[in-house]
Design a protein around this ligand. Sequence first.
Ligand SMILES: Nc1ncnc2c1ncn2[C@@H]1O[C@H](COP(=O)(O)OP(=O)(O)OP(=O)(O)O)[C@@H](O)[C@H]1O
Ligand SMILES: [Mg+2]
Length: 248
Amino acid sequence: MILQVKDIEKSFGGIKALDGVKLDIEENTVVGLIGPNGSGKTTLINVISGFMRPDSGSIKFEGRDITSSKPHEIARLGLARTFQLTRIFRRMTVLECMLLASKAQDDGLFNLFFKGKEIYRQERKDIEKARRILELLEIGHLSNEYSGALSGGQQKLLSIGMVQMADPGLVLLDEPVAGVNPTLANKIFEKIEREKEKTTFVVIEHNIDILMNFCDRIYVMNKGRIVASGTPEEIRCNETVIDVYLGG
Ligand SMILES: Nc1ncnc2c1ncn2[C@@H]1O[C@H](COP(=O)(O)OP(=O)(O)OP(=O)(O)O)[C@@H](O)[C@H]1O
Ligand SMILES: [Mg+2]
C-alpha cells in the first residue's frame, strides 16, 4: 500500500468533517473519491497532504508516518496535490510555471551561487522534461503563452503537468475536471490513467460515470465517513451507494 489512512477524525467547531476515515491505496492505481457536497472529501485531502492537522488517527505514505509532517515535507517525500493557479502563476508562461514546479528548484539558490554551469545543465534537463510533459498533455503548443490566458480546461491540464514535474509517487486531485466540457474531461482522465504506471492517483470527482470508466477503485463518502468502497462494478450495485448518492 502506498497510502494508509487510519481512523482519521477532524472537527470544525461542532461539525465532524471526518469521522473515522480509513483508506488503503494501492500503488499504480487510479482511485476515485466521491460523495455529496460537504461530505468531507476536500478536508480528507487537506489532512493527507498536511495542510490540516487531524484531531486523531494516522497517515502513512510508503510506510512512513506523515501524520504530523508539514506540507512541504510531505511534498518532498513525493506526495503531491495539484497547485491552484494563483494570480502569480497566471502572470508566468506555461513553461515558467512548469519550471517553478520542478523539484530541482529546491536547491536552486544553492546551485546559483556555488555550482555555476551545473545549474544551466539542470535547467536544460528541466526544460526538456517540461516540454515532454506538456506534449503528452497536448498543451505543448502553449508553452510560451501566459498561463492566465489559457482556457479553464487547459489550466487544469497545466496544473496536472506542474505536479508531474516533481515525479511524485502519489498525486491527490481535487475535482480536476470541474467546469471542463465532457470531451476534455474524458481526455484529462485518459491522461491520468496513462500516467498510473509511474504515479498513483486519488481523484475527487462528482461525476460517477467518469469515475466508473477510469478508476480501479472507488471510495464513497457521506457525512465524514467512508460508506462504501470497491471496484466500479461493486460500487454500481452497492445498496448504500444507491441510497446516499446515486439515488439523491
Ligand atoms: N476550514 C474549515 N472551517 C470550518 N468548516 C470547514 C472547513 N473546511 C471544511 N469545513 C466543513 O467540513 C465539512 C466538509 O467539507 P469539505 O469541504 O471537506 O466537503 P467536500 O466533500 O469537499 O464538499 P464539496 O463536494 O462541496 O467540495 C463541511 O460541513 C464544511 O462546511
Ligand atoms: Mg470539496
